[in-house]
Design a protein around this ligand. Structure first.
Ligand code: MD3
Ligand code: FE
Length: 224
């Protein structure tokens, strides 16, 4: 048993497999379970630092509705919605200053997750931060405000788990639900990029890192 290959094989039989597992929801939608766990505390600290500059706030839909998740952004462009519609802006409408820069760790995690899922050269310039509290939800929608659909979107879930809804390319396709947990990263590219999706209301709970909340980061490349 001195052959390294055979001892490596034996190791893998004896030791628990700690690699993040990969689940394909549909072609182009790849869940990397636990991918962000090693960075979870640092990611959470970076969220707090961004929110100290650009506070999490409630946004309004053009139709007069209110989004139940609180939101903020970092990067050169940030997603906003108000009476005037959905769009990306270079400045925070609350402060009229540029959004805080994308923390280096955010860019590293997003690029390496995309690479792991088969999308090389993903360099996001926008990160939307969503904070869910008990009862917060997100209705089924498509993400169509980025103009460039050749780039994937990377999402990172932190804190309380939530039931994510995954639909099809039209609203008529019934969604199925999938539990997104602390540290899960999902890469949405190719055909999956324009699927309808949403999340069910967050169940009340307590998480050791985030307390009563779930955070979701979505990394995008938005054409300027
Ligand atoms: C599939 N966020 O910010 S993350 C969003 O949990 C959004 O906060 C949800 O949908 C959340 O737009 C879902 C997973 C996700 C994010 C973006 C996608 C799935 C996606 C874009 C295209 C396809
Ligand atoms: Fe979305």
């Amino acid at each position: 048993m001195t052959d390294p290959a055979s001892s490596a094989t034996q190791m893998s039989l004896l030791l628990p497999d700690t690699r993040p597992s990969r689940v394909t929801l549909s072609p182009g939608a790849i869940v990397l379970r636990g991918f962000a766990l090693p960075d979870a505390e640092a990611l959470h600290a970076a969220i707090r630092a961004v929110a100290a500059q650009a506070p999490l706030r409630t946004m309004h839909t053009p139709g007069g509705g209110t989004l139940s998740a609180a939101m903020t952004n970092c990067g050169t462009l940030g997603w906003v919605t108000d009476k005037a519609g959905y769009r990306y802006t270079p400045q925070d409408p609350l402060s009229h200053r540029p959004w805080p820069p994308l923390p280096a760790l955010f860019a590293q995690v997003a690029t390496s997750a995309a690479q792991t899922a088969g999308f090389s050269g993903f360099h996001p310039n926008a990160c939307l931060i969503n904070r869910y509290e008990a009862g917060s939800r997100m209705g089924l929608h498509q993400d169509k405000d980025e103009k460039d659909f050749t780039q994937p979107i990377v999402s990172v879930s932190l804190g309380l788990p939530i039931h994510f809804l995954w639909g099809g390319l039209t609203r008529s396709v019934s969604p199925f639900s999938f539990l997104l947990e602390h540290g899960d990263v999902v890469v949405w590219g190719g055909k999956a990029r324009l699927h309808y999706h949403g999340v069910k209301p967050l169940a009340a709970g307590q998480h050791p890192l985030t307390g009563s909340c779930r955070f979701n980061l979505t990394f995008r490349f938005v054409a300027p």
